[in-house]
Design a protein around this ligand. Structure first.
Ligand SMILES: Cc1cc2nc3c(=O)[nH]c(=O)nc-3n(C[C@H](O)[C@H](O)[C@H](O)COP(=O)(O)OP(=O)(O)OC[C@H]3O[C@@H](n4cnc5c(N)ncnc54)[C@H](O)[C@@H]3O)c2cc1C
Length: 411
């Protein structure tokens, strides 16, 4: 495309902000990013656990995370990236598959070590209970990041090149011209500052659809769906179907006064519970069986007592007296193979060809892949093909052709 055409990015989370930044840096002059809530208080970019790792089974996921983490390490202070490592604990039944995966991760340029139980305990002495643990995987360059700082970093770089970020603007309609001309867009503008409850009503779609007010109309040349867990709804507005869905994921903050977690990184237990230091507390999460849908209700102390504390206590006697502090629920945006959907939309309405793109459904790994995803999509749009990394396997066509990605290292 020419640098003069206007691009509308729908969704200003980490992914939309990264896409906008890269487009601007590749020379696109008119970029507008709209979001219903720029602050993003219900966005996944706000409600995640801040882990970044390249320990994946699919080489493409390793490479996407590796590219992002390499970038994060260059701006570490600004984005709060800390290479404090990921330690995964595995039972005997998984060790064969783990050994193969580790070999692949190392082949793909990510340094990963297989650890015996003794080596795990030497590294992290407070893990004094190892029933059911046959070994571990430690990757020193994986770590933690401050997703808010990262989002601000992407946005600041984008704004420096003239990208406009528009708050309280919800995409409601888009009409493609069959002759391939500009796209007519209708956006609902919310004038007043909204309470958290109002945001929730709109973003869980409990707000009545009739009586829309303050509809603003304008034309753009290209549209990009970066609406995270709302990607399927935005796809519907844009006239195509998307196979992914939102699902609730909860995390708890706990007081672990008997132990200082700050020298350590992320630990993923055999049970699937993951935890890491969060300021002077601990943060832990677990993926419960959930129905699809928009649900931001946190189950509170009950979630912590049922799912988090028992698993942590199974690993360390120092965790006997953990105290639940708070927690929250956010949304994963899950695709059928739990990998991102990214690229040109080839299943859109007449006139949308070459004008419609998407980057969403990161299925719990959008923070760690946000940099490379934005770079790749910007290259595809501006230069006509992927340059840095071939992201073609992430195209939604894979759900029709059956060429799904085979990713098992999902938390
Ligand atoms: C509990 C939890 C833990 C997680 N932990 C990690 C982790 O450790 N590491 C990691 O890499 N990932 C993690 N993730 C996943 C990660 O947070 C997401 O993959 C990532 O933030 C997705 O970013 P996004 O920009 O695609 O979506 P979002 O940040 O959700 O942004 C989408 C935006 O679109 C806007 N929007 C929606 N509809 C419209 C519309 N019609 N018009 C205008 N705007 C609209 C929304 O307001 C929102 O701001 C976690 C997620 C959760 C919930």
């Amino acid at each position: 495309m020419t640098a003069g055409g206007e691009i509308l990015v729908v969704g200003a989370g980490l992914v939309g902000s990264s896409v906008a930044m890269h487009l601007a840096e590749l020379g696109v002059q008119k970029i507008r990013v709209i979001d219903f809530d720029l602050e993003g208080s219900l966005s996944s970019s706000e409600l995640n656990a801040g882990g970044v790792r390249a320990t994946w089974l699919e080489p493409l996921n390793v490479q996407m995370s590796r590219g992002s983490i390499n970038y994060f390490s260059k701006v570490a202070e600004e984005v709060g990236y800390r290479a404090c490592g990921y330690l995964w604990l595995h039972p005997d039944s998984r060790m064969k598959a783990v050994e193969l995966a580790v070999a692949k991760q190392n082949e793909n340029g990510w340094p990963v070590d297989l650890l015996s139980v003794k080596q795990i305990q030497d590294k992290i002495p407070f893990l004094d209970k190892t029933d059911g643990v046959a070994g571990g995987v430690f990757s020193a360059r994986d770590g933690l990041i401050n997703p808010n700082l990262l989002k601000n970093h992407f946005r600041a770089r984008a704004k420096k090149r003239g990208v406009l970020f528009e708050d309280r603007a919800l995409l409601r309609e888009a009409r493609f011209s069959e002759s391939g001309g500009k796209v007519r867009v209708r956006v609902e503008k919310f004038e007043a500052v909204m309470s958290h409850e109002t945001k929730k009503e709109v973003l869980t779609q409990r707000q009545p659809q009739e009586g829309l007010r303050n509809l603003v109309e304008f034309e753009v040349d290209t549209l990009i769906n970066c609406a995270g867990p709302w990607a399927s709804d935005v796809a519907k507005i844009l006239g195509y179907s998307c196979p992914s869905f939102p699902v609730r994921r909860q995390v708890s903050i706990f007081d672990c006064r008997e132990i200082d977690l700050t020298p350590y990184g992320m630990i993923v237990d055999t049970s699937g519970v993951y935890f890491h230091p969060e300021a002077t507390n601990g943060l832990a999460g677990f993926a419960t069986q959930e129905p699809k849908g928009y649900n931001f209700d946190y189950d509170g102390e009950g979630f912590f007592q049922e799912h988090i504390w028992p698993a942590l206590y199974e690993r360390s006697s120092s965790f006997e007296k953990l105290k639940h502090v708070t927690g929250w629920a956010g949304l994963y945006e899950v695709s059928p193979d739990e990998c991102a959907i990214l690229g040109a939309v080839n299943r859109g309405p007449a006139g949308s060809s070459g004008r419609l793109f998407e980057a969403h459904s990161f299925s719990g790994h959008g923070v760690m892949q946000s940099y490379t995803a934005g770079l790749g999509l910007a290259e595809k749009i501006v230069q006509g093909k992927y340059q840095t990394l071939d992201l073609a396997p992430l195209g939604a066509e894979r759900f029709e052709t059956g060429k799904l990605l085979n990713e098992k290292w999902v938390i």
